[in-house]
Design a protein around this ligand. Structure first.
Ligand SMILES: Cc1cc2nc3c(=O)[nH]c(=O)nc-3n(C[C@H](O)[C@H](O)[C@H](O)COP(=O)(O)OP(=O)(O)OC[C@H]3O[C@@H](n4cnc5c(N)ncnc54)[C@H](O)[C@@H]3O)c2cc1C
Length: 387
């Protein structure tokens, strides 16, 4: 029987498998997709996560592929409001590393292959589970419809915000959507920002711009009106016209690589385990993507959970006690991250009195408060325990 089955081989599931391998705990990842992700969705990797990657021997690979953002410029229509110094932290990684999610998943996948540790069963869809005395039975289905049974002492749900495992474990997911709709796209970089991030605060709503590897740039734009189906990708013209109208930036002639829309949401499970089934990543908590914390939060939790699973499996610690400690700490961190993301998002909302808001931003970016602002934007102090 498997010690641990991880359902979902996204960025959190693959990372958790690497952490368990590092601690000498066998596991298998059950992933419905046949290959790694092709979407560049999540891009911001904070110093706390880089430090975990260093412990797995992966930081050099991330550094080689990503872009180090050390400065964020805040701008309004008239020019610069101030700048956020992202390199002031005492960490060994004093920057936010930008790497698209598909490349991040690729690094984890290659790492698992290179250490020959955890097996990733691709094309394997979770369809149900049953708790038995001392283990869990999992029903899976392959792409040809063939069903199989996996038995594991513990199951970790890393199957994202619509987690079927969470539903199977009868754990509720409490929260709601914000009235904030965004559209985003990756384009050739035709700005002069180089490796800097740029945050525009015009009265109609936030525009964010981040450098991407390969001389590209990610644009994220807050829409002025709700969209009926935020999951449907927008036309390129939607983002082009907003940039032109609000900040006078022209994307004509720039090749587009990705377009998508999203509505910001906040969800948290009231407890992160039931018996031998534990939740991690977006299956456990969803925070607004503005501020780029959701995935980093998932990695920090996965690192902590791997330690607790090792305590249970290798050192015989009582599993309800170990999972309660994980649940308490991770829920606390998720609530703090959600509050920070919400604050970032509020700053970027459409305003009638934009000069008041921009005066506040100027103060936040002025010494000595700028250090506190940088801490809030780089996930520092999110955990009350050493990671
Ligand atoms: C637009 C946007 C931008 C973002 N940017 C950032 C950012 O810059 N920084 C940051 O920290 N976070 C960011 N986030 C959040 C981040 O994308 C998520 O927190 C992260 O993807 C969660 O990873 P996960 O592995 O928990 O879940 P997912 O990425 O959702 O992966 C779940 C995996 O489970 C698999 N799966 C699902 N159901 C089953 C099943 N039944 N059987 C088998 N496999 C299954 C899926 O195929 C998938 O591979 C962003 C989110 C959005 C929407």
């Amino acid at each position: 029987m498997l010690p641990v089955a991880i359902v979902g081989g996204g960025p959190v599931g693959l990372f958790l498998a690497g952490c368990l391998a590092h601690l000498g705990v066998d596991c298998r990842v059950l992933e419905q997709r046949s290959g790694v992700a092709v979407h560049s969705r999540s891009i911001g990797i904070h110093a706390v996560s880089m430090d975990l990657f260093r412990r797995l021997g992966l930081s050099a690979e991330f550094l080689a592929r990503g872009i180090q953002v050390k400065r964020g410029l805040a701008l309004d229509r008239r020019g610069r409001l101030g700048e956020l110094n992202l390199s002031a932290s005492l960490s060994a990684f004093p920057f936010v590393l930008i790497l698209p999610q598909d490349q991040t998943e690729r690094i984890f996948q290659e790492h698992l292959l290179s250490i020959g540790a955890a097996i990733v069963s691709r094309g394997t869809k979770f369809i149900g589970l049953r708790s038995k005395p001392g283990y869990v039975e999992i029903d899976c289905q392959d792409s040809d419809g063939r069903q199989s049974l996996v038995e594991a002492q513990f199951v970790v749900a890393c199957d994202g915000k619509r987690s079927q495992v969470r539903q199977g474990a009868r754990i509720p997911f409490l929260g709601s959507s914000y009235p904030d709709y965004f559209t985003m796209g990756d384009f050739d970089d035709n700005t002069a920002f180089g490796p800097d991030a740029a945050i525009f605060l015009p009265s109609q709503g936030l525009i964010e711009s981040f450098p991407l590897p390969g001389a590209r740039r990610r644009w994220v734009v807050r829409l002025e009106e709700p969209v009926p189906s935020p999951e449907v990708p927008p036309a390129r013209s939607e983002i082009e016209s907003v940039l032109k109208r609000r900040i006078g930036h022209d994307l004509r002639g720039c090749k587009n690589y990705m377009l998508s829309r999203f509505q910001a949401e906040r969800y948290l499970a009231p407890v992160l385990f039931n018996g031998r089934i534990v939740l991690a990543g977006d299956a456990a908590h969803v925070v607004s993507p503005i501020g780029g914390q959701g995935l980093n939060l998932g990695w920090l939790g996965a690192w902590r959970l791997a330690g607790q699973l090792s305590n249970v499996i290798r050192s015989g610690v009582d599993h309800p006690k170990a999972f309660s400690a994980y649940s308490l700490q991770q829920r606390g961190a998720a609530r703090r991250a959600a509050r920070r993301a919400e604050m970032n998002m509020r700053l970027g909302r459409r305003r009638r009195h934009v000069s008041l808001r921009n005066a506040l931003v100027r103060v936040m970016l002025h010494s000595p408060i700028d250090r506190l602002t940088a801490r809030l934007f780089t996930m520092q102090g999110l955990y009350s325990w050493p990671v």
